[in-house]
Design a protein around this ligand. Structure first.
Ligand SMILES: [Zn+2]
Length: 276
């Protein structure tokens, strides 16, 4: 069966001397892998038609059995050139693409994640350097929500009274721990600050409002940008949560965040050392 869809390229791997395996995210079919035979030959019809983070019009032969489909035609509709001029944005995009490829599945509608990914990829090169991490966190928060895997951050009126700044979050059950409820067997819990919980919820809300496209329009201005220590707290929490529930190896994320910290300018240094 021939399928026509739009698709964003998440990963490109060499396959034989002249061919590629391309992993795509599509709105209707989730993550798909296509083989592009002869992709690297000088006269290949596919030269320049796809690259990492491109969104393309894709025509492929759908094969049910081994999961690798055969590409028939491909033409780019969004090249995202600015991502290629800034290595920080490209590093952030590579992490998001890797994460997305790991947590999405084949033959399952993924329109919401597809839309989220494309809008975030569009926003990355326009984000100020020190906002890249916040943009990644926002992507993670909303990705979890769209996958139906977001943590339950509801508070219990008895246990989580407003005077308590630190709350115990049970990784195992994906919600705050309540002393009056039986703990899950082998429960692992982390302390989460009330303000980090609020930041999570804020990021979740802001993106759902932006059906018209631009994520950055809703991002923090200098005045109400979240303080670095809260971003750090959210980043640690999300790192643990994603490793725990999505079974994504933590190294990929750690490397991406370390890369974004390389050669900080005076501005980012002062931002990162201003935590109380
Ligand atoms: Zn309770």
């Amino acid at each position: 069966m021939i399928i026509h869809t739009e698709a964003t390229a998440l990963q490109i791997r060499p396959w034989s001397k002249t061919s590629h395996m391309v992993t795509w995210l599509t709105p209707e079919y989730g993550r798909i892998v296509t083989a592009v035979k002869g992709a690297c030959r000088p006269k290949s019809a596919f030269l320049g038609q796809y690259d990492l983070f491109y969104t393309c019009d894709l025509l492929f032969y759908r094969r049910e059995r081994d999961g690798v489909h055969s590409i028939r035609e491909c033409s780019p509709s969004a090249l995202r050139e600015p991502l290629r001029r800034c290595w920080r944005s490209a590093a952030a995009a590579a992490y998001l693409a890797d994460l997305t490829a790991r947590v999405t599945v084949s033959h399952q509608e993924a329109a919401a994640v597809y839309d989220l990914l494309n809008r975030t990829l569009d926003a990355l090169p326009r984000a100020p350097r020190h906002d890249l991490k916040a943009l990644i966190l926002r992507y993670e928060v909303n990705l979890l929500a769209k996958l139906g895997l977001a943590p339950n951050l509801d508070l219990c009126p008895h246990c989580h009274t407003p005077d308590r700044q630190w709350l115990r979050f049970s990784m195992t059950s994906g919600r705050f721990a309540c002393p009056h409820l039986a703990a899950a067997a082998g429960e692992s819990a982390v302390a989460l600050h009330r303000d980090v919980r609020q930041l999570f919820l804020t990021m979740l809300d802001r993106l759902t409002d932006t059906a018209d496209g631009d994520i950055l329009r809703h991002s923090e201005t200098d005045k109400n940008r979240p303080p670095p220590h809260l971003l750090l707290g959210l980043s640690r929490f999300l790192g643990m949560f994603i490793t725990f529930h999505l079974e994504v190896p933590p190294a990929v994320r750690r490397v991406a965040f370390e890369l974004l910290d390389k050669n900080p300018t005076r501005e980012t240094v002062s931002l990162e050392t201003s935590s109380p």
